[in-house]
Design a binder for this molecule. Structure first.
Ligand code: B12
Ligand code: SF4
Length: 471
């Protein structure tokens, strides 16, 4: 029995354009979901994993599979349906799973033979058994199991072509931010994978650099911190020799022992969602956790950096509280706080989030010709009606912020600061590479990135005259 597991590409996501920019290869990660599915698949199945981010094969000349499984984030849905149509036209049954099919079940069901909603561990073997017997159901509902049920991912099936491996140690997040689908999909409590399983899987990863995909690796409470410390101790003891990056909250900076252990276990960088420079903005997205009275963000970030860990800060633009000038405001905040990298995202109502419900009920979702418009849901396009900013305005604010952050003088200052604080040439190298790669993508913003995305669709949204996109 032959099984193809496919991660569809999205030509609009510039991280997928490896050939367009050498450094983009550092931004392409393995589709871990498919490696986990492969780990759940009995040996009777001959598995091929296809990641279209590395190139789209000619499916017609490949051997005919007995079953195709497709994963998709929302931004990949259009391509996912095209791939599904291609195989279905040849009579091959197609099963879709992952966040988009779960949140847009009816849409997916119109385009594939079966949909698996939620996490796959509880149900995937039944799907395969039904497929073998030719008795596929239309919908399979995955339930959330404890994480000792998560198998070792099949890292051997995508052995080359990536700079970073991927691993997951926890699922779920209690914070439930309005724009995020993690709490709805994975639940509101952290589920931990047994530490020995994590260490065992780490040893199977060939890449020297690894993305720990957890949404909040260190958590928010003392107990969470204690677990994270145990994990880091086990990683140190196992002498894994890996460098890793992961997502955390800023409170990581409050525990020196945690920072020391993280760095010793190989932590090279953390990604922190600051989301908004204002308290009003944080209230709006329900990220109350970041409103910590007395928190000195600059000092907190410095404490992390002193351990040789670079900090990537993520902000959202387009909140209801955001007014003209927000681009400069975020730029100023990111510079003052001293983040090494800046990730700026348009407020995007993703299906299944509370933000989606709100914006839909207010008739504010403007890129709404579905499924075709899903390709714009990369968080890199303004897809909704923003309260105080037309589409041209918000793109202008976005460009001002990113171009300001990635100007050569700013990059130089960061790189010198990085070398001064960390005394680690490898961190400085990461900083140079990351900033230059982002700069080259940022400078193409209006010429290439927004090509084909009709900004005038979002005009007449506000009474103000649209501003020119500043160059
Ligand atoms: C790692 C990650 C990335 C990596 C991608 C790595 C990759 N190639 O997969 C990077 C950094 C590149 C990335 C990028 C983006 N990401 Co991202 N990312 C994640 C993250 C943190 C972990 C994903 C992961 O590996 N999980 C571990 C695996 C094992 O779990 P899983 O994917 O859920 O798979 C399970 C089930 O879903 C199911 N399943 C999945 N696929 C299939 C297929 C079949 C056939 C079956 C049966 C079952 C099944 O079974 C699996 C095992 O239980 C998630 C959050 C999260 N907790 O999931 C966000 C998340 C998936 N990302 C999100 C977003 C929005 C994006 C971006 C669009 C925007 C951005 N700038 O971040 C981009 C676009 C990428 C693109 N190609 O278009 C959203 C997606 C929401 C949505 N509706 O699309 C999430 C959910 C976070 C959020 N804020 O809500 N991301
Ligand atoms: S954005 Fe991060 S902190 Fe907020 S709910 Fe999602 S995963 Fe949790």
């Amino acid at each position: 029995m032959r099984l193809y597991l496919i991660n569809p590409g999205n030509p609009l996501v510039n991280i997928t354009k490896i050939k367009a920019n050498y450094w983009n290869r550092y931004r392409v990660w393995k589709p871990l979901s498919l490696l986990v599915l492969a780990g759940l698949t009995p040996p009777a199945w001959d598995i091929t994993i296809i990641d279209e981010n590395l190139g789209v094969p000619d499916y017609q000349v490949m051997p005919r599979p007995n079953l195709v499984g497709i994963t998709a984030f929302t931004s990949q849905a259009v391509r996912a349906y095209k791939v599904a149509a291609e195989f279905r036209s040849r009579g091959v049954p197609v099963v879709m799973g992952g966040i988009h099919a779960t949140m847009c079940l009816d849409e997916a069901l119109e385009r594939v033979d079966a949909v698996v909603t939620g996490e796959a561990e509880s149900i995937w073997r039944k799907v395969l058994e039904d497929a073998r017997k030719g008795t596929l159901n239309r919908v399979y509902t995955g339930t959330r199991l404890e994480m000792d049920e998560v198998p070792l991912a099949r890292h051997d099936l995508l052995p080359t072509g990536y700079r970073l491996g991927a691993i997951q140690t926890t699922r779920g997040c209690p914070l439930n931010c309005t724009f995020c689908s993690v709490t709805a999909f994975n639940g509101g409590v952290f589920r931990y994978r047994p530490i020995e399983n994590v260490v065992e899987e780490f040893k199977l990863i060939r890449e020297k650099h690894v993305l720990i995909v957890d949404d909040n690796l260190v958590g928010t409470t003392k107990d969470h911190f204690a677990h994270a410390k145990d994990l880091f101790r086990a990683m140190i003891q196992a002498k894994l020799g890996k460098k890793w990056v992961g997502q955390v909250t800023i409170n990581m900076a409050d525990d020196e022992e945690l920072l020391r252990l993280a760095a010793k276990s190989g932590c090279a960088g953390v990604f922190i969602g600051f989301e908004s420079p204002t308290v009003e903005g944080l209230m709006e997205v329900n990220k109350r956790f970041n409103i910590q009275s007395g928190r000195d963000f600059k000092a907190s970030i410095r404490r992390i950096q002193r351990h040789g860990i670079v900090v990537a800060g993520s902000f959202i633009i387009g909140l209801d509280v955001d007014e003209p000038g927000i681009g400069e405001q975020i730029l100023d905040t990111a510079n003052r706080w001293g983040v090494d990298f800046l990730n700026l995202l348009f407020l995007t109502p993703l299906p299944g989030t509370r933000l989606w419900e709100k914006m839909e009920s207010e008739g504010r979702i403007v890129a709404n010709v579905f499924p075709e418009d899903w390709k714009y849901y990369t968080l890199g396009f303004p897809v909704a009606r923003y309260k105080h900013l037309s589409w041209v305005d918000i793109v202008s604010e976005y460009a001002t912020c990113l171009r300001g952050f990635h100007s050569y003088p700013r990059i130089m200052r960061r790189v010198v600061g990085n070398l001064w604080r960390m005394h680690r040439p490898i961190s400085t190298f990461t900083s140079v590479v990351g900033n230059l790669s982002k700069r080259s993508n940022v400078m193409r913003l209006d010429r290439e990135r927004f090509q084909g995305f009709d900004l005038s669709r979002g005009e007449a949204q506000t009474k103000r005259e649209p501003a020119e996109i500043k160059r």
